[in-house]
Design a protein around this ligand. Structure first.
Ligand code: GDD
Ligand code: MN
Length: 397
C-alpha cells in the first residue's frame, strides 16, 4: 500500500527496518511497550517527560522504550536526547514533513513494542496510568484511552469556555464512530496487531486517536480517567486551521465507514440546504419587486446551481475532475426529469388516495429525490471518465 502521507522517506533513524519487528523470542516474554511521543519544539518539556517515564518503567518493571518523533524542531531537543545517550530512547527526526497525526503513524511504524502507547510531550498526560492501560489491553480491550470526560477525569480549571465548548462540539461530531466519551484524546494505547489491521490511513490534522479507532475497527474501547494538566512550557500548536482540518477528517471517516450511504447523506444535506437557498432567494426577489412567476423561476435556477456546485464538490467529489460543462448540462436535464417524476408520482398517489394531498406531495418529492440521486450518481458524476485523474489526486492530497 502506498502511504497517504508525505515524508516517510525523509526520516532519519538509527534502526534498520529488520530490527524494528519483535522477534519470536521477545514475543514469549512479557509484552514490550513502546511509547510514541510526537514533538515540535518541546525542548523544555522533554527532560521532565523522560524522567517521569523512567520512573514508571522502573516502578512497574516494564520492558518499555520511547520513540520521539520530532519534526526538525531545531531547538536543542536532538542534542538534549543525544547527551543523555539512553539506549531505551529513539529520537527520530522528520525533515520536510509536519503534522501531529503523521508523526504518530511514523512513530508506530518505527516502534518495536508489542504494545503501542501514544502521548503528548507537554506533560498534559499522566504517565502513571500507563500500567492500568496495559492491564485493560491484557483483559481484551482493543483501544484504551486516558480520558478527561468519564467520571473521575478532569481538565485544568483554567480551560476557557471556548476551549471547553470547542472540545465538546468536536466530540459530539465523532459520536457516530465510537462510544468513547473522549474520542479526541491524544493519550491512548493499543496492541501492535490491532494497529497492523488498520488500512487506508489518511489522517489530516490532530485526531489521530479517532483515525486509529475507525480504521483499525476497534470495538472494545475502554477509558481510564485522567486529569489533563495544562502545559507549563512552550505553546500549543492547535490552531484554527487544525479545527477546519478536523471537519475534513470527519468527512473522510464518514466515507470510509459508510461508503455509498455517505454519498446519499451528503446529497440529502445538500438538497436540504438548497431548499433554504431557494426560499431565501424567492423572498429577496419578491422583496425587490420581481414578479412572482419570475421569482419562482429565478429561485429554482439559483438553488439548482447551488446544489450542483455542492454535489460536485462534496457528494460526488470523486468526479470533480470531469468536464463541469457536460456535468452541469446533464445535471440540469436529470433534475428536470426528476421534477416530472415528482409530479407523476404525486398524481399517481392521489389517484389511489385522493384525500391525502400533502402525503402525495411528499411521496412525489421522495420519488423525485431518489431519481435525482440515482441519475447524479450513475449518469452525471459517473466515475468511468475520471477514475485515473481522481486516483492521481488522492495519493497526492
Ligand atoms: N512531530 C510533531 N509535528 N509533533 C507535533 C506537531 C507537529 O506538527 N504539532 C504538535 N505536536 C506535538 C506537540 O509537541 C505535543 O507533544 C503534542 O503533539 C500535542 O500538541 P499540543 O500543541 O500540546 O496540542 P494540544 O494540547 O492543543 O492538544 C492535545 O489535546 C487535544 C485534546 O484537547 C492533543 O493531545 C490532541 O491530540 C488532543 O486532541
Ligand atoms: Mn498540549
Amino acid at each position: 500500500m502506498t502511504p497517504m502521507w508525505p515524508g516517510r522517506s525523509a526520516i532519519e533513524s538509527p534502526f534498520a527496518r529488520s530490527e524494528r519487528r519483535p522477534t519470536a523470542a521477545s514475543r514469549t516474554a512479557a509484552p514490550s511497550v513502546t511509547i510514541i511521543v510526537p514533538t515540535y519544539r518541546e525542548v523544555e518539556n522533554l527532560p521532565h517527560l523522560i524522567d517521569r517515564l523512567a520512573q514508571v518503567r522502573d516502578a512497574a518493571a516494564l520492558p518499555l522504550d520511547l520513540v520521539i518523533v520530532d519534526d526538525d524542531s531545531q531547538d536543542g531537543s536532538a542534542e538534549l536526547v543525544a547527551a543523555r545517550s539512553e539506549a531505551w530512547i529513539q529520537f527520530v527526526v522528520r525533515r520536510g514533513a509536519r503534522g501531529l497525526s503523521t508523526a504518530v503513524l511514523d512513530g508506530m511504524n518505527h516502534a518495536r513494542g508489542d504494545i503501542l502507547v501514544c502521548m503528548d510531550a507537554d506533560l498534559s498526560h499522566p504517565p502513571h496510568v500507563i500500567p492500568q492501560m496495559l492491564a485493560k489491553l491484557q483483559e481484551g480491550a482493543d483501544f484504551v484511552v486516558g480520558s478527561r470526560y468519564i467520571e473521575g477525569g478532569s481538565t485544568s480549571d483554567d480551560w476557557g469556555f471556548f476551549r471547553w465548548l470547542n472540545s465538546r462540539v468536536a466530540t459530539l461530531l465523532a459520536r457516530p464512530f465510537t462510544a468513547l466519551q473522549d474520542p479526541m484524546a491524544g493519550f491512548f494505547a493499543l496492541k501492535r496487531e490491532t494497529f497492523e489491521r488498520g488500512r487506508d490511513f489518511a489522517p489530516v490534522g490532530y485526531k489521530i486517536g479517532l483515525e486509529l479507532v475507525v480504521r483499525c475497527r476497534c470495538e472494545r474501547v475502554v477509558e481510564i480517567p485522567i486529569h489533563f494538566e495544562d502545559r507549563q512550557f512552550g505553546e500549543s500548536k492547535l490552531t484554527f486551521r487544525q479545527q477546519l482540518l478536523y471537519l475534513r477528517h470527519l468527512r473522510r471517516l464518514y466515507i470510509f465507514k459508510y461508503g455509498h450511504w455517505s454519498q446519499l447523506i451528503q446529497f440529502l444535506v445538500v438538497g436540504g440546504l438548497g431548499t433554504l437557498v431557494n426560499l431565501l432567494c424567492l423572498t429577496l426577489l419578491v422583496g425587490v419587486g420581481v414578479s412572482v412567476q419570475s421569482a419562482v423561476a429565478g429561485a429554482i435556477v439559483v438553488a439548482m446551481c447551488f446544489n450542483f456546485a455542492l454535489n460536485r464538490r462534496f457528494s460526488f467529489a470523486q468526479a470533480r475532475h470531469g468536464s463541469w460543462v457536460r456535468q452541469f448540462l446533464t445535471y440540469a436535464a436529470a433534475s428536470s426529469i426528476g421534477a416530472l417524476v415528482n409530479y407523476a408520482a404525486a398524481l399517481l398517489i392521489l389517484r389511489y388516495a385522493p384525500a391525502h394531498l400533502r402525503g402525495a406531495a411528499l411521496g412525489g418529492i421522495a420519488a423525485g429525490t431518489a431519481f435525482n440521486f440515482l441519475a447524479s450518481r450513475y449518469l452525471v458524476f459517473r466515475l468511468a471518465h475520471v477514475r485515473l485523474a481522481s486516483n492521481e489526486r488522492s495519493t497526492r492530497s
